[in-house]
Design a protein around this ligand. Sequence first.
Ligand code: BDR
Ligand code: CA
Length: 311
Amino acid sequence: AKKIILDCDPGHDDALAMTMAVASLKIDLLAVTTSAGNQTPDKTLNNAMRMLTLLHREDIPVAQGNRAPLVKPLETAPEVHGKTGLDGADLPDPDFAVQDIPAIELIAKTLRASTGPVTLVVTGPMTNAALFLRVYPDLAREKIDQIVFMGGAMGLGNWRPSVEFNIFVDPEAAKIVLNFGIPLVMAPLNVTHQAQIMKDEIAAIKEIDNPVGQAFYGLLSFFEQYHENPKWGFKGAPLHDPCTIAWLIDPTMFTTDRMNVDVETQGDLTRGETVCDYYQLTGKPVNTEVMLGIDRSRFIKLVMDSLKSFD
Ligand code: BDR
Ligand code: CA
C-alpha cells in the first residue's frame, strides 16, 4: 500500500478525503497533521480527531500544525463549513490524545520511521508543508516521493476571481512548496469542479446503514447548501479534497498535463493565484502534474464504495 501523511484542515471535503484514505487497501495512512484554514486551528484539530474516532482509527497519530499562515493573518471559511468547520453531523468527541509534538515534528518522526518513500497529501493551506520543507529539507528530499495537493486553479478562483481558498490563505507557503523541487501533483478547481456529487447521490448516502455513511449524509447535505447559489452554476457540490486520494487510489480516472506551476504573492488582485505555464512560455522546469479531467461516475462510485466499506 502507498504510505501517506495527510495534512488537512477539516472541513467537509477533507473529512471525506481522510475517510477514503482509511477505507482503501491501497493506502496506508501513517499520520494526520492539521492546519488552520477552513476553521481556526483548534477546531480543525478537533475535527480531525473526531473523524478518526468515528472511523475507529485512534491508532493513527495526530498533531497540530501552525496556528496561522506564514505571513498573512488567518482567514477562515465558516460560510462554507459552518461554525465548527464540520457542521451537519453529530460526531463523537475524540477518545484519544493528540501527539504532544507539533505537526512538522510528527511528519519528521513518521518519515524517519518509514522504510519506503512516503507521499505527503495536503488538502488545506500549505503552512505546515512549507515549514517542514524549510526545517527538514534533506529528510524531505530523502523520504517524500511526491506532494499531492488540492489547491489553486488554472484561470479560476473560488475566493477571489483567480484565487482558490487554500492558496489564498497562505500564498507564501504555497510558493515555498511549489518551488522546493519535490514532484507535485495538483488537484486544481478545474478538476474539482467536475468532481461534483449530485443531490440524488447525497440522498443515496442516507441509505448506507453504518455510522460513517450516516455522518456523511448530514455533512454533505450541509456542504451542498453553500454550493446551491446559482452563481456557481453547479448541479451538486464539488468534492475538492477527495480528488487527491482518488488520484492515489486510481490515477486512470483522471487526465493530467505536466507544466510549471508557480504562485503570485504580490498582485493586488491576484495574490495567491497559481500561475500555470500550460504552453511552457517561461522555460521553467516542469514541477507539477496537473489534474484537468475526471471520470465523474467512477469517482462517485469510489466515494460510495468507501462509505459502504465501514461496519
Ligand atoms: C478548498 O478549500 C476548502 O474550503 C476545502 O476544504 C478545499 O480544500 C477548496 O477551495
Ligand atoms: Ca481542505
